[in-house]
Ligand binder design. Sequence first.
Ligand SMILES: [Zn+2]
Length: 557
Amino acid sequence: MGNKHAEERKPAKPKTPTFLLELPLVAEAGQAARVGAHLEVGRQFYNAVLSAGQQRLRRMRADPAWHAARAIPRTHKQERRAAFSALRERYGFSEYAFHELAKELRVFWLAEHLDAVLAQTLASRAYRSLNRVCVGKAKRVRFKSKGRGLSSIENKRNDTGMRFVLQTQDQGRPQGHLLWHDEKLRALIDWDDQVVAHGLAHEIKYARLVRRRASSPRAQGADSEGERYFVQLVLKGLPHHKPKHTAGSDTIGLDLGPASIAIVPRQAEANLVPLCAELRPDARAIRRLQRKMERQRRAANPEHYDERGRPKKRGKGAPRWKQSRGYQATRQRKAARERRLAAHRKSLHGRMVHEIVRVGNTIVTEKLSYRGWQKRYGRSVGRCAPGMLIDHLRRTVASTGGTLHEVPTCTTKLSQFCHGCGTFVPKPLWQRWHECPCGIGPVLRDLYSAFLTAYLDPAADFIPSCAQYVIPWEGAEARLRAAHERVIQRANEGQVLPRSMGIPRAGARLPQSRSEPTQEPVFLLRRGRLEAWKERENPRGLSPGSIQHSYSSFVMR
Ligand SMILES: [Zn+2]
């Protein structure tokens, strides 16, 4: 797409590596109120820029020239880019033009609350989100509502406006403060924490103020509104490297699933493990809260549902949805839970990444369409976030001097390949095993494809060939089998494994004789469903033969 600001940019400063450090802030009641007021102004300002920018975007897209530019084939790169950038210039749709817009909008009382640089960063933020709509990566932009407010604001530099300063004292350790207008918010610094000490020894590029809602106003460190404040320091340099995290030298093949990961190094032990299994209880608790919110929403808004409990169609002039106090409290608790889950997931990802990198820092994996996965396996992708894991892995591998190769699936087609006979046979999703008439297998499909990935040759453009696998397979077969046995052991210990791992939950899918009722009548009576049960007493006219048949087909599956 036409990218005007690329040429507008000054000769770019050499990019320096950056890392983040977050510190909690202590905000007294008065301070919290004043900082809250500044943030509220920031919110209104952001919405104003976003709204003006949205108008520009709409006008630009309504221009016939826009359709003409879109009609230019993608092969004519130069022409296409020129057409789009001319349009962007005409309608003022660029980061630079948004900064000009911010200057116009930052007037009167707004200016007292919002420094020019902060206004500029907010304008950039608005531009970036609108640009996502413009290039088709997002459908719409979100305005910041008054209830939720603006949750963060950042500066561009650390010498004026909002900034973080460390003050050395005569006795004791230095204290840190975030200065903004007349406020001085003290940061809680644990100097014994190596990560914190390492971070504060580096140059601060700029500071970001973050506001998060605690689970309730009584939560630790929260102000009377239930808000907590943090400062995120954007630092120049490399993050702290814990001595226990070392990098190995093996080459590793990864096969990532929506809820599992197969790790097959060339030498070390292979493994197939569920992703983020520890998050299951948290996710379940969140679902319970979601159900509670649904009940509370129904109780407060009976007029929005018909006699069968279905939500009514909403049109213009429909009554507003009411939010009870209980509903709001549940929502806040759920939000806190989600935040905790996200933090937990991040730490689990970190652990997994370090475990992988300890074995080797040359990693080959298939490039996957995470967006397609989100559509297909929404829930487990949402919980395990495999895309985030790969991003994390990429960063860590790069910081240790290794490489992460992402191989396009369309050329390798490893999930279909068999190295014994060189054929490509697509497998349906439910088939979790690779077993070929040529004598390869049975081996769990994810492990097999991770094995194939591990030995792909970058020199041969990652195209698999039979010859390259003959020797490795002899050594790997036993390792893959050992990995499979560990999976079975996990299942026997009662761990719940994702279905993609090919081992049904112990007992959960055991076939039962269908001639007997599956539930006790007493239980049904208690639920007042005895009538229903009686009606289906003789449900399926199954002859013994057909039971046998359905049983065996079940087993076959
Ligand atoms: Zn074969």
